[in-house]
Design a protein around this ligand. Structure first.
Ligand SMILES: C[S@@+](CC[C@H](N)C(=O)[O-])C[C@H]1O[C@@H](n2cnc3c(N)ncnc32)[C@H](O)[C@@H]1O
Length: 204
């Protein structure tokens, strides 16, 4: 579907999520508002999160889809604490805008389901976070029930196309721990899909 569908996806993204956002915006606020200092937001999409950051958070937001980026750019007018870059998180250019041990926090909302090679992204997070820095996530993950999980496996190939690379089948919470992060706080909940809201730090 390519570039044309990227445009369509960016155009329909906010209306599509509107029904979920009543609930999700509470989770977004809880995770993002306490963050201070230098924060990397991965895959900012249309910029839905910008409103939730405290003005004292200095946010670098990266987004590889140009149509999404344009929507997010329009929102930065109201949020001068957000700088936006047209990069994917695993692009080499990321290392020129983010130094090792420089970030107080990294936020991923509805994005580790989509990015190719999330393990590599998490390995980079480990380099970029300061000691004691936080990784905060709000992600849908694979269903806990066997039937639900099998259903997700079956529909995933189609879902991935319609959802611009989004996967229903990732065990993102497990993956984060396998890469060496420790959960400080996690909250699992079901809102059509199974979700995790989590705050992680690096094992010392
Ligand atoms: C489902 S949207 C989520 C947008 C936003 N974070 C939110 O909470 O609504 C997934 C976003 O991840 C972006 N994305 C895809 N590949 C990426 C990558 N390699 N690095 C960063 N973002 C990526 C997509 O372009 C899309 O905007």
């Amino acid at each position: 579907m390519g570039k044309y569908y990227q445009k369509v996806f960016a155009a329909i993204y906010d209306p599509l999520l509107k029904g979920f956002e009543k609930g999700l915006s509470v989770n977004r606020y809880e995770l993002l508002n306490p963050l201070r200092g230098k924060v990397l937001e991965v895959g900012s999409g249309t910029g839905v999160n910008f409103q939730f950051y405290h003005p004292d958070a200095d946010v670098i937001a990266v987004e590889p889809s140009l149509p999404m980026l344009k929507k997010a750019e329009a929102k930065t007018v109201n949020f001068p604490n957000v700088s936006l870059y047209n990069y994917g998180v695993n692009d080499m250019e990321m290392h020129s805008i983010i130094a090792n041990d420089s970030l107080d926090a990294i936020s991923c909302t509805l994005v580790l389901c989509t990015i190719p090679n999330p393990e590599l992204a998490i390995q980079n997070f480990k380099k970029w976070l300061k000691p004691g820095g936080k990784l905060v996530v709000l992600e849908h993950i694979k269903s806990k029930s066997r039937v639900g999980g099998v259903f997700q496996e079956v529909v995933n190939p189609l879902w991935k196309v319609v959802g611009e690379g989004c996967n229903l089948t990732r065990h993102t919470d497990v993956m984060i721990k396998e890469q060496g992060f420790v959960a400080e706080q996690t909250n699992y909940f079901d809102n059509t899909l199974r979700w995790i809201q989590g705050i992680y730090t690096l094992k010392t």
